[in-house]
Structure formats: structure tokens, C-alpha cells
Design a binder for this molecule. Structure first.
Ligand code: ADP
Ligand code: MG
Length: 397
């Protein structure tokens, strides 16, 4: 606890492994062959760009999901999660396919299904899951679960994928298929790449057009700063439909412009002028395009700012990204706007919503010496606004 705010602290890796192992022992009466883990992530900048062939810049958190896994000699899978204590799952791996698994288990068993689909020798297993990644907070607990499962399966079945670049790509692909096809969440791929390919102390620049990646040094502590995550604990259910609607709008705009994706827009004003009025009488489609195109430009500017350790510039880009997501892309909400405004008012260099929106988390870049004061101020603003107390995470590498 710092300054009265509620903090969600990351577990030590050894402790997380022990938690998952003891869950497997107590609930399934088995010792694991492999224990693996993978991190949650926070996206520094580049929101709703992944499905537009754009750029984003995720940073892994010290918060991780842990999987303890034991191989079985049949085709049965049994899963338990400390976060879903009342919903254990079991079934035949051979029966798993799109539309066959309800709820959380799809994210986990879906990875085994996808690996098998890709020709890997994966059979039945028992697995126990525990995690300190906040679930549903926009910090990618889903990809942390998938990636930890993928690594556990890789280790336990001796697939040998994790060691090589091609093997790593196969694990990422299996996680994406699990989320898209078995869990049924049409997400864009950033989270799985971040969870499996990030380097400590670095953000990961991802280019969804070329597939290129670059590790970008991120050391706010070296400049006397901290990056804090504000989990608003708001989870507005309208988010699901809105995500699909935004994706469809971007695809439609690209089609109207005759482009493979909005990444191909080279002259924003010309593109906006070229969108026929009747497709967007209220200007909505133009605003969606403006967000996507300016957001990828902000990622480029953020990387340039980090290359020269210019955190003031990074903060200003956070602010501009938030305004664009709030006003043009219209995916913010009262809790996120309040978190951002209160953090800035209390002295943050910049703040923005992060993740898909409609709840979830915001990030703020703050002087390390002011963390207690700023988080207390955000908590007080939530109290005044009649919102549930937010939860804070330290994301400083
Ligand atoms: P986010 O990835 O931002 O946390 P999502 O909605 O993408 O939010 O994923 C959250 C879902 O992932 C949960 O509702 C649950 O189904 C599944 N999940 C994530 N972590 C766990 C876990 N530790 N145990 C069980 N299910 C989990
Ligand atoms: Mg997710």
C-alpha cells in the first residue's frame, strides 16, 4: 500500500509456480511434469491498430499466469483454475473444435487443439492454473493464459518449439487460433506476440503489416519516473459488440478507399475527403479512419521519443492518443476519462486509456516520487465520482 491506494502486486516467479503446483496436487492429486508461466501486458501506445496492419508498442508486466501440467496416457484433458474455482473443465481433446467449449476453458484447451491441428503430438493432460494478472482489465490475462499453456504443453510433450524463432511463431499462432476460434474472441494478435516474444526492460514494437518486431528500451526509472496502471475495474459489456463494429468500420473504409488496409493511407486529408458522404453522414467513418491513421503515427513518434529518452514527449503522445480514442474512435468511458484526467491533474506527464476500451485500464507516466500522491488523488476522484475504488499496478520494468 502506498498513499492509501489499493495495489495489485506481482508474485515472485517461484511463488507463482508453487501456487499452480499445489493446486494441481490438491485438486487433481498429481505432480506436474512441467510448470510454465507467461506475462500480462500493457500497451504503451497503438490502440486498435493491430487489425489495421498498423503499429503498437506493448510492454510486459511483472504479473504472470502460471500453469502446472501433467501428461496423461489417454486423450482426456482436465483443467482447473484458481480464478474459476467453481468451473473445472474436462473432456476429450479429440472432441474440441470451434463452438464446442464454453467459458474460460476454451482459452486453455484451445491451445492444445491448435497445436494438434498444426501437426504437433499433443495428447491428454491435467493442468492447474493460477494467476496474478487482473482478469478482464485490458491487461491480457487471456493471452497470458494461452501463452503459459503453450509453454507448458511444449515442455511436457517435448515439442521443442520454444527454443527457436520458427517454433516460437508456431506457439504464437496456436495461441491466436485458441482465442479466435475456440474461445471465440476476434482479437488481433498483439497480446499473444507480446506474451511470448518480449524482452525484459523493453517494450516490443510490432508492425502488423510486415510482421517486423523491434525491442525498444523502456527505462522510466532511469529518468526518475514510474509507469502506473490504473485498473478502473469497470467492465462495460457493450464493449464486445462495439469492438466488432469498429473492426467492420475500418474494413469498410479501407474497401471504399480501394486499399488493402488503413495502413496504406499515405495522405490522411485526401483519404478523408475521398470517403463518400453517404457512407458516413455524421462523420463517424471519417473519425474512425483518423484515429487509426494518427495512432500509428503516434507509435512511430513514441519510439523516436524513447530512443532519445524523451519522456515528456512520450507523455504528450499518451495524452493525444487518449483524446483520439475518446473523441474519434469513441471507445473510452467515464471511468477511463476520469482516471486519465485525475492523474494528469495530479502531475502525470501523460496518461491514456489502454486496451480495447469500455472499461479496463489506463496508464499514467508519473514522477516516481509522486506515485503515492497521484494514486491517492485518482482514488479520491473515483470516490467523488461515485465509482468503485480503482486498483493500481506498477508496470515500471
Ligand atoms: P483480458 O485479456 O484483457 O484480461 P479478456 O476478456 O480478453 O480480458 O480475457 C479474460 C478471460 O480470459 C476471462 O473471462 C477468462 O475466460 C479467461 N481467463 C484469463 N485468465 C484466466 C485464469 N487465470 N483462469 C481462468 N480463465 C482465465
Ligand atoms: Mg484478452
Amino acid at each position: 500500500m502506498l498513499g492509501g491506494a489499493q495495489w495489485s502486486t506481482a508474485w515472485q516467479v517461484d511463488d507463482g509456480c508453487e501456487q499452480a503446483t499445489s493446486l494441481l496436487r490438491t485438486r487433481i492429486d498429481a505432480a506436474p511434469d512441467t510448470v510454465a508461466s507467461a506475462p500480462g501486458r500493457v500497451n504503451l501506445i497503438g490502440e486498435h491498430t493491430d487489425y489495421n496492419a498498423g503499429l503498437c508498442l506493448p510492454l510486459v508486466l511483472p504479473h504472470r499466469t502460471y500453469v502446472a501440467l501433467r501428461v496423461r496416457d489417454d486423450d482426456i484433458v482436465r483443467l482447473i483454475s484458481a480464478q474459476e474455482p467453481d468451473s473445472p473443465w474436462h473432456g476429450e481433446l479429440g472432441d474440441v473444435g470451434p463452438g464446442t467449449v464454453d467459458g474460460w476453458a476454451g482459452y486453455a484447451v484451445g491451445v492444445a487443439w491448435a497445436l494438434r491441428e498444426a501437426g504437433q503430438r499433443v495428447g491428454g493432460f491435467d493442468a492447474a492454473i493460477d494467476s496474478c494478472v487482473p482478469v478482464g482489465a485490458g491487461l491480457s490475462s487471456s493471452a497470458a493464459l494461452e501463452a503459459a499453456m503453450a509453454l507448458a504443453l511444449d515442455g511436457a510433450f517435448g515439442l521443442g518449439l520454444a527454443g527457436s524463432e520458427d517454433g516460437g511463431s508456431a506457439l504464437v499462432a496456436a495461441c491466436i487460433r485458441a482465442e479466435n476460434e475456440i474461445a471465440g474472441a476476434p482479437t488481433g494478435g498483439m497480446d499473444q506476440v507480446a506474451a511470448l516474444s518480449s524482452k525484459p526492460g523493453h517494450a516490443l514494437l510490432l508492425d502488423f503489416r510486415s510482421g517486423a518486431r523491434r525491442d525498444v528500451p523502456f527505462d522510466p526509472a532511469g529518468a526518475g519516473l514510474a509507469l502506473i496502471v490504473i485498473d478502473t475495474r469497470a467492465r462495460h459489456s457493450l464493449g464486445d459488440g462495439q469492438y466488432g463494429e469498429r473492426r467492420a468500420a475500418c474494413a469498410r473504409a479501407a474497401e471504399l478507399l480501394g486499399l488493402a488496409s488503413l495502413r496504406e493511407v499515405t495522405d490522411l486529408d485526401a483519404a478523408l475527403a475521398a470517403l463518400p458522404d453517404e457512407t458516413s453522414p455524421d462523420g463517424t467513418l471519417r473519425r474512425r479512419v483518423r484515429h487509426v491513421v494518427t495512432e500509428t503515427a503516434r507509435v512511430e513518434a513514441a519510439v523516436a521519443a524513447l530512443d532519445r529518452a524523451d519522456f515528456a514527449a512520450l507523455g504528450a503522445l499518451f495524452d493525444a492518443s487518449h483524446a483520439s480514442l475518446r473523441d474519434d474512435y469513441q471507445v473510452s468511458c467515464g471511468e477511463l476519462d476520469l482516471a486519465v484526467a485525475a492523474a494528469r491533474e495530479a502531475g502525470a506527464l501523460g496518461a491514456r486509456m489502454t486496451g480495447g476500451g469500455f472499461g479496463g485500464s489506463a496508464i499514467a507516466l508519473v514522477p516516481a516520487a509522486d506515485v503515492g500522491r497521484i494514486t491517492t488523488a485518482v482514488g479520491a476522484a473515483f470516490d467523488d465520482g461515485g465509482f468503485r475504488a480503482p486498483m493500481f499496478l506498477d508496470a515500471t520494468p
